[in-house]
Design a protein around this ligand. Structure first.
Ligand SMILES: [Zn+2]
Length: 121
């Protein structure tokens, strides 16, 4: 697995963003579906959409952590990294532990080699 920390953050942010956008799409769907299927199907859709959107917002605030220091990146760099499409300035490191975002997410250690000790944890 050669996923970089940047790819990991991008994947998480984009999936949660898509999930929240899908929640929003249920609002117009709830207006159109009853015309074709009768009144029963569309009644619960806005509630479901609201729950999906709220779930995505809450997850965007809590579920994106640095794989090295476990600091919450949601309110600092997650949106900038996750929703950048290659233009503009680029975030290159975690603001808490300064690990490069282009390093592999899972640090591979050679057999017999110990993982470095982090005294802060
Ligand atoms: Zn970090």
């Amino acid at each position: 697995m050669n996923q970089t920390i940047r790819d990991y953050i991008k994947t998480r942010v984009r999936w949660l963003f898509a999930f929240g956008a899908l929640g929003w799409l249920t609002f117009p769907l709830s207006q159109f579906l009853p015309r074709y299927t009768g009144d029963k199907v569309g009644a619960g859709l806005p509630v479901l959409g609201m729950l999906m959107f709220l779930g995505a917002i809450i997850a965007l605030n809590w579920a994106i952590k640095c794989p090295r220091c476990r600091a919450n990146l949601s309110r600092t760099i997650a949106m900038t990294v996750g929703l950048s499409w290659g233009s503009g300035p680029k975030v290159n490191f975690c603001p808490y532990c300064a690990v490069s975002l282009d390093e592999p997410r899972v640090k591979e250690t050679a057999p017999g080699q110990q993982a470095p000790f982090n005294p802060i944890r």
